[in-house]
Structures are given as C-alpha cells and as structure tokens.
Design a protein around this ligand. Sequence first.
Ligand code: ATP
Length: 366
Amino acid sequence: MTQSPKGASIHIDGCSKFYGSFTALDNVSLQVQPGEFISFLGPSGSGKTTTLNLIAGFTDLSQGEIRMGDRPISNVPSHKRNIGVVFQHYALFPHMTVAKNVAYPLRQRGVARAECEKRVKEALAKVHLEAFAHRYPSELSGGQQQRVALARAMVFNPGVLLMDEPLGALDKKLREVLQLEIRRIHREMGSTFVYVTHDQEEALVLSDRIAIFNKGRIEQVGTGHELYQNPATLFVGQFIGESSVLRGSHEAAGDHTALMVSGQRVLAAGRPQGSGAQVILLRPEDVTIQAPGTGTREDRSNLLQGVVREAIYLGSAMKYEVALPDGTALLARSAPGERVFAIGEAAEIAFAPHSARLLTDDGSQG
Ligand code: ATP
C-alpha cells in the first residue's frame, strides 16, 4: 500500500442514506488509509455512487459520520473538502481551452497566475497532453477529455481523489492504457484514491483494496487476493472471478462437511458456517477434468461423474463446463498438452476437499 503524508484518511462510520422509505445505503462503515487506492465494486444500484457522493459532499448523510483525517466533514461544503472528482461524464467547460479548464480549480483557490501556469503545465504533462493546452474540449477524443478531467481533478494536489466510472465510456483497449496511467499517477501523487467501478478486472488492476457492495451494504473489504481466495459470502465469491456453486443437503463428517450433490457425496474441509443451508464454491483452476474412472479417493479427493457441456479454447488453457446428472454446472480448466474433451463426452471431475469453500447459501446466483 502506498503511504504518503499527502493522502488523507477517510473514516466512514455507520452511514446510511434514505430516500423517503427507500434505503440506498444501510449502516456502512469503512476505514480508508492515507494514500490508499480503494475501489468500490458491486452491481448496479448497490450504493457505490451514493457513498462516493457522501464523501464528496454532493449528497447529505441521513445517519452516521464521515471524517477526513481527524476532521468531521458533514458540515464542510464540497469545495472546501480538498477533494478532486472525476466522473464518467464530467463535462469539461466547453467554452474554455484545455489549459483554462485545468487552471479552473487553481483560480477558484486564488493561486497566482505564474504559479497557476506552472502547475497546469505539470498536470498536463502527467496526462501526456502538453501539446493540447490550447484546444477546446470538442476538439478532443473521449480518452483525451477524460485525461483533461483527471488533470483538472489533481492539479491542486487534493488529499483525496474520487473517481466514478471514469473510463466507463471508453473502449477496452483505451481503458487498459488509462488504467495503467491512473496507477502511475496514484503512485506519483500519493493522494488517497477512491474509485467506483462495476468492472472486477479494473478493480483488481488498480486497487490496494476493494470494497464489495451489495444492496446498500459492504459485504467484504480486502485485497483482490483475499476476496478471491477467502470470500466471506457466496455473493462475494461469485462476484470476484469465475466459480461453480454446488448445492445440496449437508451433514457433519468429522472435521469435514459432506454435501449430497446430484446424488453424489462431496466433502469440503471445515465445519458448516452457521445454521443455514450450505453451498460449496469452487474455482475452475482447482477442478481437474479427467476420463471416467481415472481418479482414486486416496486423499479423500472428490470425484463426480458428468458430461461435457461446453469446451472453450482460451489459448493458455481449455475451459470446460461439465454438467452433473441434475444439471448442476461445474467449471474446470486444463493446461495445454493435457487430454482434450469434446462436447457430449463423459468426464470425471476431481477436486480436493480443502479447495471446496464452504459458505452459507445467501441465494445469490452469480
Ligand atoms: P451504478 O453502478 O448503476 O451507478 P451504484 O452502485 O452506484 O449503481 P447508487 O447510484 O449508489 O448505485 O444508487 C443506490 C440506490 O439508490 C439505487 O437503487 C438508486 O436507484 C437509489 N438512488 C440514488 N439516488 C437517488 C435519488 N436521488 N432518489 C431516489 N433514489 C436514489
């Protein structure tokens, strides 16, 4: 994690936002470290933008408190919060040149002309737009306009930079280029970055930590690795990365839990989580596909019989979807050089109990 005296910490304590009887944000708490890059990831309507707007001061809190550093900010107007903002469609001022757009926050803060010019130049250099200072926004591509918006948001060295889907309107290639630029700018600036996205890959590329939003709550906060390897909920496990979910009645089996899945017994390491229905979450790379009857149960490995429903060539691997007799789909990956299976072929699926993640069924369907 990048630590810098420039970045401000953000403390969100028990925050809720109600619109009439509708709860958009439900008692959310989150601590963001100084200089950290945190992403808010979650489906549409889960409360990401609402939280960002509360930090920015564009929306009033219904309940709770937000502090930047030690300072409660609820009564501090937006423009005095020392926060830079970039939105997906953050309109640049169309009648101003690029240089004037970027200079705007400095002029608002009464920065002297010579200093202003110097800082605008530096900010434009950071986003590789020095040569475009005298153009108007209408003379720029979408990607260039977002670079200007970024330069304008960072030119006054804010303690916190908030970005709401800033690359959402751009094509994939350009998005990837700008993601790397945003990472570099974050490292150079040392400010705290809060980034809203519904693109999990983007969140993984950019962030020190990711907060997973669902229905107005944060389900889990962690590094990409933590969320992928140890999801706290089925929703998180399915939202990050690819997975298969096995459902069935369960019973304790010593220090393991056994599930009856499609008439076959499956073991997962560990005891049931709580008293509700249990599911097993599997990552495709933990699942082996092999010819029927190949496996042994020596290491208590789980063996399930099914039929290949999809076989997809990915270049670096083959991806398979294998259907169990009751229709449950299981994803498996095999490395190049391994036996290739055809659609419709019978196949055996093998995985170890310790790679079967046992979670409470929260009804989420990936
Ligand atoms: P998206 O990815 O689509 O931007 P989001 O996670 O950012 O989604 P929010 O914009 O925070 O979601 O919205 C959370 C919920 O609050 C949504 O159900 C939305 O319809 C609702 N909401 C947001 N603003 C208002 C408002 N001004 N009045 C009523 N409801 C609102």
